[in-house]
Design a protein around this ligand. Structure first.
Ligand code: RB5
Length: 151
């Protein structure tokens, strides 16, 4: 089943983002690439923010963010109240963060994961539904009072 995916990266994440984009497009997904597009040094929060705004605006989309470690992107993305971002190292983490956390952004470290492992993780991320149930109660507690609830 094709998904609408929104990708972005910083300079460190560029090679992995490009590899993921090529593979995901070849697999039939609709990919929106919000940059960065060259090796010039940029700031990862700027690109995390772009993806967060897109995913929050259209919750049927899922985000993919790549930096050197995935960590900066995840920290930045999780500051947005509609975003639940997870750094993924394998398909087990991908499955569990979709099933339990209803994660809507997958983050990867271009310096810490290979292309094939990242692709396996994304495929699992896309194939795994949120389980709901007891997890609804926990997700409802993620945002502080007065913050916009998760989409
Ligand atoms: C850039 O050098 C690096 O700090 C960034 O890509 C990321 O790993 C931050 O978390």
């Amino acid at each position: 089943m094709p998904f609408s995916l929104v990708l972005a990266c910083d300079h460190a994440g560029l090679p992995l983002k490009q590899a993921l984009r090529t593979a995901l497009e070849a697999e039939g997904h609709d990919v929106l690439d919000l940059g960065t597009h060259d090796a010039q040094s940029v700031d990862y929060p700027d690109f995390a923010y772009r993806v967060c705004v897109e995913v929050a605006t259209n919750p049927t989309q899922l985000g993919v963010l790549v930096c050197g470690t995935g960590i900066g992107m995840a920290i930045a993305a999780n500051r947005h109240p509609a975003i639940r971002a997870a750094v993924l190292h394998d398909s087990t983490e991908a499955r569990l963060t979709r099933a339990h956390n209803n994660a809507n952004v997958a983050c990867f470290g271009a310096r810490t994961i290979g292309v094939e492992t990242a692709l396996d993780a994304i495929r699992t991320f896309l194939a795994t539904p949120y389980e709901g149930g007891r997890h609804d109660r926990r997700l409802a507690k993620l945002n502080p009072p007065g913050a916009q609830p998760p989409a």
